[in-house]
Design a protein around this ligand. Sequence first.
Ligand code: AMP
Length: 454
Amino acid sequence: MSRLPTTAHLNLDEFELKEYMKFTEFNFNPKVAAGVTAAGYVTPTPIQAKSIPTILEGRDVMGLAQTGTGKTAAFALPILHRLMKGHRGHTRALIVAPTRELAEQIHTAISSLGQATGLRSVTVYGGVSIRPQIARLKQGVEIVVACPGRLLDHIKQKTIDLSRLEVLVLDEADQMFDMGFLPDIRRLLTHLPSQRQTLLFSATMPQEIRRLAKEVLRDPETVQVDLVAPAVTVSHALYPVDEARKTDLLLNLLKNTDTGSVLVFTRTKHRAKRLGEKLGKVGYKAASLQGNLSQNRRQAALEGFRDGSYQILVATDIAARGIDVSQVSHVINFDMPNTPEAYIHRIGRTGRAARSGDAYTLVTTDDRLMERAIERVLGRSIEHRTLDGFAPSASAAPGTEQVHRNSRGCQSTRKREYGNASAGKPTAARSKNPRNRRPSGQSARPVAASTGGQ
Ligand code: AMP
């Protein structure tokens, strides 16, 4: 197979042109190849085509790819291949992820792709009892998928031995930064052998992640797939509406649209819960996924959504990280996300792995800045659809000039607003930092309060 350029954009159109590339060309160990076949993968996605050969060579990789691009298999398959040789019974690969959901999802993908390998993987995260994790680790596992906080607990209690670690993966590094985990990651690094292969995946590259990459990666190859553009299989539409009429508009949309599974995003845990209940009351099979739920209830909501018992899942950004439900036909932003990156993550939940999907966003006049910022990142304007009877009453735009100036600050930056870091952030009028500027009257708001992350 011919090597692809070190850093290049490859969109799904190009991906389709490269149909000749097959998984068989990677020459995976037959037991790993069996997992690929069982998963039904034939053609590698762009991130897989570009990063798997490099990872197989043992080199460090900086992967710029959002979820939905196939990045999990991009690192999981070469890791499984590598671990087929050598000793078993001790931790040889560590994957660090920001949320429990993502950790579970990675673990599930590894278990399924590695089903014939006999390699063992375990998840390690907080919010659940540590004892079963200790027991599994004691039995001897080769792969650990962990969230940072609980992993450090295990290190402190000496219930995990990472002294013979060979591969470290930092997944969704930008999200880990957003959630305030970088100090934990740096602490963790001091406990790992310096001789190792390191793979770092991130959807965006804020300054802090660039710095981290410099610290942890040795002579990395950068592979980049659609850095900020969402899957081309997603179509976008904006629905202007007054705040007070959002629920009615949502119900109207749901009634008049042919949908499969629908993922609805709200700004806060409370709104997710309330909206989920409301949808249930009017007869939809709906659940909510937000950080106030116990781990069991989160799992039940996710599984119900995955197996179709719930048609609608109402979620906050953080709770929705790592949701991989391939039949999501519509993502509906009941509330506008706080950053363009959050928008891209949300809509990355539909149109996954080349399926098509629709992304609808309910917008109020307060959302105009973010609307422009998202359009800049997408590189095009998004269609406005006004439903009969739902035209917003106050449709006058806030000062257009201000919109223009302020939205620039939102375009390429990430805000630490996912967790508690936004508390006390200055408002538009006071802030010198363009990241923090907002139109007057719109207060800083976290996308979702921290779920505790792990
Ligand atoms: P990820 O970006 O890793 O969350 O993967 C997104 C989805 O794409 C998951 O449902 C994977 O099972 C699926 N997927 C990953 N690689 C491939 C492939 N080569 N062909 C088809 N589907 C894939």
